[in-house]
Design a binder for this molecule. Structure first.
Ligand SMILES: *Cc1c(COP(=O)(O)O)cnc(C)c1O
Ligand code: SF4
Length: 359
């Protein structure tokens, strides 16, 4: 996925063309107010109270995703991911605007080089959906797309760092950009000999499966070199027939499909929910990759699940699923050379196992 933000910048500046693809129209028509969403779900607005601080990260959700929420249920796990709640106003110790200290990893504007061998381009500040737990909710993308004005600088950096073999397109969500722009950027990256893999971190195939259309498949299918798409699904109810079809088309185009989820209280913090999600993803050709412990971003503390509970859940999944369907439980800890695995338990300062009997 996907640094704190003047939120006006996160609202997609969708480039409308005369013959805009269907997905762009759907994106432009995304639900943008709590009233509209509650009305659609037949939930009495009297049941709802909002936060006072959400004005710069407004509700945003595509109709196709809202259609998978259960009408009348204010606790629906998909609704809870997007509905601003008063708990967001609460200050919690350790919850910061930029919990990952990403500002320090900026190599050139729009290019994060934090881990060996891979670099991440924030190609847009826009997303199709506003996830309340998102660590980028306060990110100062300043202009929606820092990369736009500094692309040559980023490409020069990538060319001169031969150890970088993989470039990750992130944001925001890279797939809100038109295919013409993505195809051009992909071609520029493919022309750099040491970059063998292009990776996209995107929530669009899940929240707006219509995004996976002929134009997208054409350039992904023809991309020279390895292509990896890491989708972002948190709950089995997100996977419907349209999502499965979109993922299968991507797989047929030769794309390696992985999923990352964020573990969240009251949404997916049950072993049976996670198991069902992993199995449904596999049926759609996707392997679970990461289960992230929540980044401690201001306004998201109410979603936190303790590390002890998270480890217990992974232990339970290992008891019932093949190893390849169990996601790696990780937390991002600033300054470490990669995401930190929380299971089995180790001390991140010494790297030593803290579970007796395991070395
Ligand atoms: C998560 C992340 C990556 C990718 O890490 P993997 O472990 O390879 O998935 C790369 N760069 C940044 C800045 C990241 O946050
Ligand atoms: S789609 Fe990803 S980057 Fe965008 S708000 Fe959701 S979690 Fe954040």
């Amino acid at each position: 996925m996907e640094i704190p933000l003047k939120m006006a910048a996160i609202i997609p500046r969708i480039e409308q063309h005369e013959h805009a693809p269907a997905w762009q129209c759907a994106l432009a028509q995304a639900i943008g107010s709590v009233d509209e969403l509650l009305n659609l779900l037949q939930i009495d607005p009297g049941q709802y109270r909002g936060p006072t601080l959400a004005a710069d990260f407004p509700l945003r959700v595509p109709h196709s995703f809202a259609a998978r929420m259960e009408p009348g249920n204010i606790d629906d796990p998909l609704l809870r991911q997007v509905l601003p709640l008063p708990a967001e106003d609460l200050a919690a110790p350790g919850y910061l605007p930029d919990p990952l200290a990403e500002q320090e990893a900026i190599a050139t504007p729009g290019l994060l080089h934090k881990y060996h061998g891979r670099a991440l381009l924030t190609v847009t500040g826009a997303c199709a959906i506003h996830c309340r737990y998102c660590f980028r909710r306060h990110f100062p993308y300043s202009d929606a797309n820092p990369l736009a004005a500094h692309r040559d600088q980023a490409l020069a950096y990538l060319r001169s760092h031969e150890e970088i073999t993989e470039v990750i397109l992130s944001g925001g969500d890279p797939l809100v950009l038109p295919d013409s722009r993505l195809r051009e950027l992909a071609a520029q990256l493919a022309a750099i000999p040491h970059i063998t893999t292009l990776r996209l971190h995107t929530r669009l195939p899940v929240v707006l499966p219509a995004r996976v259309d002929g134009q997208l498949l054409e350039w992904t299918g023809n991309h020279p070199g390895q292509m990896v798409v890491v989708i972002h699904c948190n709950h089995p109810n997100e996977i419907n027939a349209d999502v499965v079809a979109a993922l299968q088309r991507l797989a047929q185009a030769g794309v390696t499909l992985l999923n990352q989820s964020v573990l969240m209280k009251g949404i997916n913090d049950r072993a049976d929910t996670l198991k069902e999600m992993c199995e449904s993803l596999f049926a759609a050709g996707v392997l679970p990759y990461y289960l992230h412990q929540l980044d401690r971003v201001q306004g998201a503390a109410h979603f936190e699940v303790s590390d002890a509970r998270a480890r217990e859940l992974i232990q339970q999944l290992h008891g019932t699923l093949p190893g390849y369907l169990v996601p790696r439980l990780v937390r991002e800890i600033p300054g470490l050379p990669g995401k930190w695995p929380l299971w089995p338990e180790r001390d991140h300062t010494t790297g030593r196992q803290t579970i007796p009997g395991l070395i």
